[in-house]
Ligand binder design. Structure first.
Ligand SMILES: [Zn+2]
Length: 263
C-alpha cells in the first residue's frame, strides 16, 4: 500500500522525501482560480520519479452545475488539468463531485457529468484516470451521500471513471465509515485512492475541516479499518506539514504494514 501526502507544488518530490512518503498529491494551478496549468519545468524529474504522483484539480471546478458560466469553463479546466497531469505521469486526477444550485434538478447535474465525459471522449478521452471524490457538504451535491453517488454512477459508469474516497468528507457528509468501502464498491466497483483524513467536525455536520489521524472526531482504529478495506493508495491531507503529515504516514505504515494484500 503506497502512502503519501498532499504537498506544496513547488517541489513535490522533495516534500515527499522529507515525509518518507511513497506518493505525493499536489495542485498544478491555484486551487481557487480559473487559470489553466502551465507546463512544469521539472516535468522530466516528475515523470522519472519512483514516487507515485496524483494531481488535485482546482476546487472551483463544478461540471455538474446548470449554470453555463461555471459549467463550460469547468469542463475546459478539467480537460486542461488532465493533459497537464498526464504530462507529469500522474496516476490520477482528483476532482470533486460538484453540485447543482438550490431548486435545480440534480438529475440534470448527473447528466452534465455524463456530457463532460462524452465531450472528452470526442477527442480520445481523458489521458489519465479521472477520480471523482466524495464531498462533505451541501444539500444538492452529486457525490456527498451514496444514494446520489449511485445515481451519478448510473449515468457515467460506462466511461471507466475512478473514485477517490475521502474519510473526513464521508464522516462529515453523514455516511457511516463502518462498512463504507463495501457500500461504495457496490456502486463504483472500485476505489482508486483514499484521502485519509480525520474530521474536526461531527458526523453529518456537512463541514470540511481535516484533522490529523489521532485528532478529530473519528476513532483512529475506524479510519485504519476503512483504509485497510479500501486496499488502495493513500494520501493524507492533514495539517502540520512535514511533522504532522509525517507522523500520520508513520502511524498508517505501522498499522497497515505488510497487511495491504490481506484486506
Ligand atoms: Zn480529499
Amino acid at each position: 500500500m503506497r502512502i503519501g501526502a498532499h504537498v506544496d507544488a513547488a517541489d513535490p518530490l522533495a516534500e515527499a522525501t522529507s515525509r518518507a512518503a511513497e506518493a505525493a498529491q499536489f495542485f498544478l494551478a491555484d486551487p481557487q482560480g480559473w487559470k489553466a496549468p502551465t507546463p512544469r519545468t521539472d516535468a522530466d524529474r516528475l515523470r522519472a520519479a519512483d514516487i507515485d504522483l496524483y494531481v488535485h484539480a482546482p476546487y472551483v471546478i463544478n461540471v455538474a452545475t446548470l449554470n453555463n458560466r461555471i459549467r463550460i469553463p469547468s469542463r475546459k479546466l478539467l480537460v486542461s488539468h488532465a493533459a497537464a497531469a498526464a504530462a507529469v505521469n500522474a496516476r490520477g486526477l482528483v476532482v470533486h463531485g460538484g453540485h447543482v444550485n438550490a431548486g435545480d434538478d440534480i438529475s440534470v447535474g448527473f447528466d452534465n457529468w455524463r456530457k463532460t465525459f462524452a465531450y472528452a471522449a470526442e477527442s480520445g478521452g481523458f489521458p489519465l484516470p479521472v477520480l471523482i471524490e466524495n464531498t462533505a457538504g451541501g444539500d444538492n451535491a452529486c457525490a456527498r451521500r451514496l444514494d446520489s453517488l449511485a445515481r451519478l454512477w448510473d449515468v457515467i459508469g460506462d466511461y471507466g471513471v475512478g473514485f477517490c474516497l475521502d474519510t473526513c468528507h464521508a464522516h462529515a457528509g453523514g455516511e457511516e465509515l463502518l462498512g463504507l468501502v463495501d457500500r461504495v464498491k457496490a456502486i463504483t466497483g472500485r476505489i482508486d485512492l483514499v484521502h485519509a483524513n480525520n474530521s474536526k467536525d461531527g458526523f453529518g455536520s456537512g463541514r470540511d475541516r481535516h484533522d490529523n489521524l489521532h485528532g478529530g472526531t473519528i476513532e483512529s482504529d475506524l479510519l485504519v479499518a476503512v483504509i485497510r478495506a479500501a486496499d488502495a493508495p493513500v494520501i493524507v491531507e492533514t495539517p502540520g506539514g512535514v511533522d504532522g503529515q509525517g507522523a500520520d504516514i508513520t502511524f498508517l505504515r505501522e498499522q497497515l504494514g505488510g497487511e495491504a494484500a490481506s484486506a
